[in-house]
Design a protein around this ligand. Structure first.
Ligand code: ADP
Length: 219
């Protein structure tokens, strides 16, 4: 099963990706996460990517396609995968199609801009895993309320307000074309396209996604 999650930064793609991954035993390929890992390296590529991410820009299609190609090939993607953060441009979408990957479902996460900004402001990451901690309450639970662990949480360098605004602009600019491309694919019955209102509770959204997938698996 090949699933693509679309949606602006901070709309909750990563959270749902983790649920879907566990439920269907398919790996998540998160390009943001992969790029953040590379950006920590002291190589030329690492430095280059770090600069791009911290400025809220997109990494070039050539670089990201090379990375994604290796991941799809190397990852244990026998049962499929969940793409979080890819494709982000029309060139990337066309690339995916050109290598013969049949996308089954696209879930587009939708959230009003003011809520996105609010959620990103509160977002913290665990520096060890790079994973987002939804909020401190959740993190405290998983770290047994150890204040030392909570202190270690970090804010993503690109989650500063002015950079978030830039990322949102960048997203909107590309998304118009991306959505047009995939709606056409949907109309041609090549894939299923669903809009997901992420104002709903995390659990409810997960249930909704599972219901959608079940519906088609039963056909
Ligand atoms: P968000 O969805 O919150 O913006 P991500 O973790 O998905 O965060 O991505 C972080 C950054 O990584 C992006 O702002 C961009 O610079 C880079 N990036 C991630 N995926 C892609 C992609 N498919 N193409 C180009 N750049 C990407």
């Amino acid at each position: 099963m090949h699933i693509v999650l679309l949606g602006a930064p901070g709309t909750g793609k990563g959270t749902q990706a983790q649920f879907i991954s566990k439920e269907y035993n398919i790996p998540i390929i998160s390009t943001g996460q992969i790029l953040r890992n590379i950006s920590k390296e002291t190589t030329n590529l690492g430095k280059k990517i770090n600069k791009i991410i911290t400025n809220g820009k997109l990494v070039s299609d050539e670089i990201i396609i090379e990375i994604i190609k290796n991941h799809i090939l190397q990852h244990k993607c026998k049962n499929g995968f969940i793409l979080d953060g890819f494709p982000r441009t029309i060139v990337q979408a066309k690339y995916l199609k050109s290598i013969g990957i049949k996308i089954d479902y696209i879930f587009e996460f939708i959230l009003p801009k003011n809520i996105i900004l609010e959620r990103i402001k509160q977002r913290k990451i665990d520096p060890k895993t790079g994973l987002t901690c939804k909020n401190l309450i959740n993190f405290n639970k998983s770290s047994n309320n150890n204040p030392e662990n909570t202190k270690k949480l970090q804010t993503r360098s690109d989650d500063r307000d002015e950079i978030v605004q830039k990322r949102l602009q960048e997203y909107e600019k590309n998304f118009v074309h991306l959505k047009k491309f995939y709606i056409k694919e949907f109309k041609n019955k090549n894939l299923e396209y669903y809009e997901i209102n992420n104002l709903n509770e995390i659990k409810n959204i997960n249930t909704k996604i599972k219901k959608i997938i079940k519906k088609y698996q039963n056909i």
